[in-house]
Design a protein around this ligand. Structure first.
Ligand SMILES: NC(=O)c1ccc[n+]([C@@H]2O[C@H](COP(=O)([O-])OP(=O)(O)OC[C@H]3O[C@@H](n4cnc5c(N)ncnc54)[C@H](O)[C@@H]3O)[C@@H](O)[C@H]2O)c1
Length: 326
């Protein structure tokens, strides 16, 4: 019997790669997406494939979610308002999507007893500087009046819901905490730094580094991320657990800008822009955010190994193709 997977947010950046991976592994896949930040072009190449179906719907449409979960064997829930900038720009709708939407998907999974994976975020750790973070580490957040922290909080509510459905109701749930994930199909308009730098470099514009550029991040290839997700879903011991999914390489943002300029061969320069100018007064950011991924390795044997220059090259190739065929 072919397994059927439901992927919410399946037309998004990570969701569409997950769909590709599941189809390649022999699943029948249904992608459910309202195309708010996802794009039809991300899944267009699959529309003639008998093992793929696309449903345009919102996770806020509970009856529709219920019907699609009922038809699936496993559920990957990725639909969300993603990233700090989007949440700061549209806080109310974002919170409703991230909390009520997740509740709908979990409710349906519980009703039909379907195994479900939720995608959380490294934003969970807030502004704590005590990395590399382990899954059980404390969180350190700013005031709820600072909308910057509402993304973190909405995803924390999702995590708690997943944990409680597992603990109280015995629903097999797994949470993956993704750190900055990058790759082809990611767009820069919601503040994602690597695609934004690549677009600026390809247009010969200055690369706008926020702050002094010494803050460091680890960037993980989307191909590693979706492989880790599928692998983790196959491990029974992973049920009820939460896993960091991240690469081990760290890079300062200004070095990232230099890398993009070098790999694109662009004449662009680098300019430094204060955070407040981009995100408004009293924005808070952290100088480092690194993951401890020993738990993922212990449970699954999986490690994110793709190097940053390789992923940046893939993204540049994709961006150049997109400029030729918008
Ligand atoms: N990209 C990252 O670095 C990163 C890091 C941590 C966590 N995540 C998580 O991974 C998941 C996927 O993120 P992404 O980077 O692919 O972003 P994305 O914006 O490309 O994907 C989100 C998808 O959800 C869809 N969506 C939004 N609201 C919806 C709704 N109400 N109903 C149905 N679909 C809806 C969007 O149209 C989009 O296709 C999210 O849950 C996000 O929080 C991403």
């Amino acid at each position: 019997m072919t397994m059927r997977a439901l992927v919410t947010g399946g037309a998004g950046f990570i969701g569409s790669h997950l769909v590709d991976k599941l189809v390649a592994e022999g699943y029948d896949v249904v992608a459910l997406d309202d195309l708010s930040t996802g794009r039809y072009r991300n899944i267009r190449h699959l529309l003639d494939n008998n093992h793929f179906e696309f449903v345009t719907a919102s996770v806020l449409d509970a009856p529709r979610v219920d019907a699609e979960v009922a038809r699936a064997d496993v559920v990957y829930h990725l639909a969300a308002a993603v990233g700090v900038q989007l949440i700061v720009d549209r806080p109310l709708q974002s919170l409703i999507t991230n909390i009520k939407g997740t509740e709908n998907v979990l409710d349906a999974a519980q009703k039909h007893r379907k195994k479900i994976m939720l995608t959380s975020t490294s934003e969970i750790y807030g502004k704590s500087q005590n990395g590399p973070f382990k899954e059980d580490d404390d969180r350190l957040l700013g005031s709820p009046r600072k909308l910057r922290w509402s993304y973190s909080t909405s995803k924390a509510v999702d995590e708690i819901l997943a944990f409680v459905y597992y603990k109280e109701l015995g629903l097999p749930t797994i949470v993956v905490r993704l750190f900055n994930t990058i790759g082809p199909r990611q767009v820069g308009q919601y503040g994602m730094v690597v695609p934004r730098f690549i677009t600026q470099a390809l247009h010969g514009e200055p690369l706008r580094v926020y702050g002094d550029g010494r803050q460091s991040r680890s960037f993980t290839s989307v191909f590693d991320v979706v492989a880790a997700m599928v692998r983790t879903m196959e491990v029974p011991e992973a049920e009820g657990e939460v896993f960091n999914v991240a690469s081990h390489e760290e890079i300062a943002i200004r070095e990232l800008a230099e890398l993009v300029i070098q790999r694109t061969g662009s004449p662009s320069s680098i300019t430094y822009v204060p955070f407040e100018e981009v995100y408004g007064e009293s924005f808070e950011d952290m100088s480092r955010r690194a993951a401890d991924t020993t738990k993922l390795e212990r449970f699954t044997g999986f490690r994110c190994e793709t190097t940053l220059p390789d992923t940046v090259d893939e993204m540049i190739k994709y961006a150049r193709e997109s400029l030729r065929n918008p």
